[in-house]
Design a protein around this ligand. Structure first.
Ligand SMILES: Cc1ncc(COP(=O)(O)O)c(C=O)c1O
Length: 385
């Protein structure tokens, strides 16, 4: 079977051909160090400046408020630690369903003496803004809540949380790695002071990302060295990658609305197709407040990894929501926080669609899932986990 269907766009995306074309000269022709003051350096600096303007335009912020980094993980670490360390001590609030880049950065701060509250979520993976309000203490120094969850796609009520943060004068960081370039992002309306984004989720290259830091937000650098990025992030910038990030976001600003509509239709076709043909399957995440291209499926009494590997044999790439370690099924921290029972969580499979996904791809995947799940269930004693 030669057909290949990639349904793992929340993990990474193919670089858009227009992005590749714009990046290419920055490898062998425009290779100067953007910090150098000669013409070679200035030319590279112009590429960085244009990318900064494009990102700033997308977020309707000032280019000076954009700091480039090496990835969403670095952006999250920088935002969370930078906000905390700038205040020295105090209390942080995050949620149980954050990406590990935020959760583990917060845990590391906790180990250093900061206090931490991880608010829970409901069965759809949604944070209740009132839980955030109740968690606030006199010494709360930062709130970090993601915009959309990468596993189940649930979009958090960041506007309501931003309003609460603003009322209390607490800096608000949002990990928008899964929404930047997919949904409109108005950082003023959402009350956001710091926002993480990454290029490789939006048809840009890996290793290029950034953080929006609202002017006046007290934040310290976490990486020390030269005077790059207005002393906020030391290290020679990944010029080609950042140029690609700028082009990728420009393309997304143009295409994201129409693509969100198209991908939502395909996403629903996938869910309806699977639901019609496979017994004991559920959709996880919020039914409506969800990323356009994300379908997280829970197949009862089947192991995630067996489905992922079975679909891989058919040329289909999806990702597992539970891992099998030493004979035990371990659901992801997101499914655990959502309270998904183990017999359902063990069979969590995420399909994330993108710009190249077609109706034929979706029908092919639905056709492949039904016999695979039937076969795996026959091979597995019911109730085994
Ligand atoms: C919500 C979220 N935050 C952060 C990251 C980390 O981004 P990167 O892969 O660019 O380090 C990811 C990647 O999957 C993500 O989905």
């Amino acid at each position: 079977m030669s057909r290949k269907v990639y349904l793992d766009h929340n993990a990474s995306t193919p670089v858009h051909p227009e992005v590749v074309a714009e990046m290419l000269p920055y490898f062998a022709e425009i290779y100067g160090n953007p910090s150098s003051i000669h013409a070679f350096g200035r030319e590279a600096r112009e590429g960085l400046d244009l990318a900064r303007e494009r990102v700033a335009r997308f977020l309707t912020v000032s280019p000076q408020e954009i700091v480039f980094t090496s990835g969403g993980t670095e952006s999250d670490n920088f935002a969370v630690k930078g906000l905390a360390w700038a205040r020295g001590n105090g209390h942080l609030i995050t949620s149980q369903v954050e990406h590990h880049a935020v959760l583990r950065a917060c845990r590391a701060l906790e180990a250093q003496g900061f206090d931490l509250t991880c608010v829970g979520v409901d069965g759809s993976g949604m944070v209740d803004p009132d839980d955030v309000r109740r968690a606030i203490r006199g010494d709360t120094i930062a709130i970090s809540i993601m915009h959309a969850n990468s596993e189940v796609g649930t979009i958090q009520p960041v506007e309501a949380i931003g309003r609460i943060a603003r009322e209390r004068g607490i800096p608000f960081h949002v990990d928008a790695v899964q929404t930047f370039g997919k949904l409109p992002l108005d950082v003023d309306a959402l009350g956001i002071d710091a926002l993480s984004f990454s290029a490789h989720k939006i048809y840009g290259p890996k290793g290029a990302a950034g953080v929006f830091i609202r002017k006046g937000t007290k934040m310290v650098a976490v990486q020390h060295g030269g005077e790059h990025e207005r002393r906020r992030r030391a290290g020679t910038e990944n010029v080609a990658g950042i140029v690609g990030l700028g082009k990728a976001v420009e393309i997304r600003a143009r295409d994201m609305h129409i693509e969100a509509e198209r991908v939502t239709t395909l996403r629903d076709r996938l869910w309806e197709g699977v639901r019609a043909r496979v017994p004991e399957v559920r959709l996880s995440g919020h039914p409506v407040q969800r990323l356009p291209g994300t379908v997280s499926l829970l197949f009862r009494h089947v192991e995630s990894e067996s489905i992922v590997l079975g679909l891989d044999l058919k040329g289909i790439g999806v990702s597992a929501g539970s891992a099998c370690t030493s004979g035990n099924v371990e659901p992801s921290h997101v499914l655990v926080a959502m309270g998904v029972p183990l017999d359902w969580a063990m069979g969590a499979v995420r399909c994330s669609l993108g710009r190249s996904t077609s109706v034929e791809d979706i029908d092919y995947v639905v056709d492949a899932i039904e016999p695979l799940v039937r076969k795996l269930r026959q091979a597995m004693p019911v109730g085994a986990a």
